[in-house]
Design a protein around this ligand. Structure first.
Ligand SMILES: [Zn+2]
Ligand SMILES: [Zn+2]
Length: 279
């Protein structure tokens, strides 16, 4: 396999989280088992097979590889991909693709579809994505991927299979819909974006930005630029019910050891071991 970009991998239960994210450098994530990815700041060759992408916002380090990804899928004779973007980005991105297509003399077949806060998207019978507002310097979105199952209603749980079948054949709806938030993605955002979506705190896996960690960097300034500080995470520590919290998108001002030191000092228990630093 061609290795053109860094990819870090982490497994959580039946999910593999793959990606890379540094502020102003590039951000890209995917979960192969869910057949979807978040942000297209770059496109590792190995990510090409993932057919559906969610772009959180249109800063270049989160979307500049969109045309490359589309072109590669065409070249490899794969189905045109489906790419969801904040609705304000659809028209300009369409124009960018047309211009690039002219210069490259190659078609760029894809579906660009608009999303806005509050949208609910049915990807399949088992998979739903909800969209929440995030707070950044350009229109930006957060996403929660839910697994949807049908579960037997409590009043029927004591019945035998045969009785349930009879009820079902008689037209009784014996099941309820149950939704499990599997993965949440908070792209670039100040804490307002996290607080606006309670499901982010409940998802099994939360992938979030944590651009600033040093006490020297002032929180109020950071919020103005639409980013998170370690202090924001600390203030909310009791709210995180996630099994795994991935902190990422660290500023390039920090060395890896500096990030680890700052976080270890502020959060020695690493959220009971659930916090993972993506460095
Ligand atoms: Zn960014
Ligand atoms: Zn950004």
């Amino acid at each position: 396999m061609v290795n053109n970009l860094p990819v870090k991998t982490l497994t959580h239960k039946d999910l593999t989280i793959e990606g890379y994210s540094r502020a102003a450098v590039q951000t890209y994530w995917r979960i192969p088992e869910l057949k979807l990815g978040f942000d297209l700041g770059a496109q590792p060759w190995s990510f090409m097979g993932t057919p559906t992408w969610f772009v959180s916002h249109t800063h270049m380090d989160h979307m500049i590889a969109l045309p490359v990804y589309v072109a590669r899928r065409r070249m490899m004779k794969m189905e045109p991909p489906v790419i969801y973007l904040p609705e304000a980005a659809i028209e300009p991105m369409g124009r960018v693709l047309r211009l690039l297509s002219r210069m490259d003399r190659g078609r760029l077949p894809c579906q660009l579809l608009p999303l806005k806060p509050g949208d609910e998207l049915e990807l399949s019978r088992e998979q739903v994505v909800t969209v929440s507002p995030t707070t950044h310097t350009v229109p930006s979105l957060g996403f929660v991927v839910w697994e949807r199952r049908r579960k037997l209603k409590p009043e029927f749980q004591c019945l035998e299979g045969r009785q349930i079948r009879d009820l079902r054949l008689g037209g009784t709806d014996v099941t309820n819909e149950v939704r499990i938030p599997r993965v949440a993605y908070l792209g670039d955002s100040s804490p307002g974006g996290l607080d606006a979506c309670p499901a982010m705190f409940e998802a099994e896996v939360l992938i979030m930005e944590l651009t600033f960690v040093s006490p020297r960097h002032r929180k109020d300034r950071i919020h103005k630029f639409g980013h998170m500080h370690l202090d924001d995470l600390l203030e909310r520590r009791e709210q995180f019910h996630n099994e795994l919290v991935i902190a990422s998108h660290f500023s390039t001002r920090y060395h890896s050891s500096q990030i680890r030191d700052c976080v270890a000092k502020a959060l020695p228990d690493m959220l009971d071991g659930r916090l993972h630093l993506w460095i």
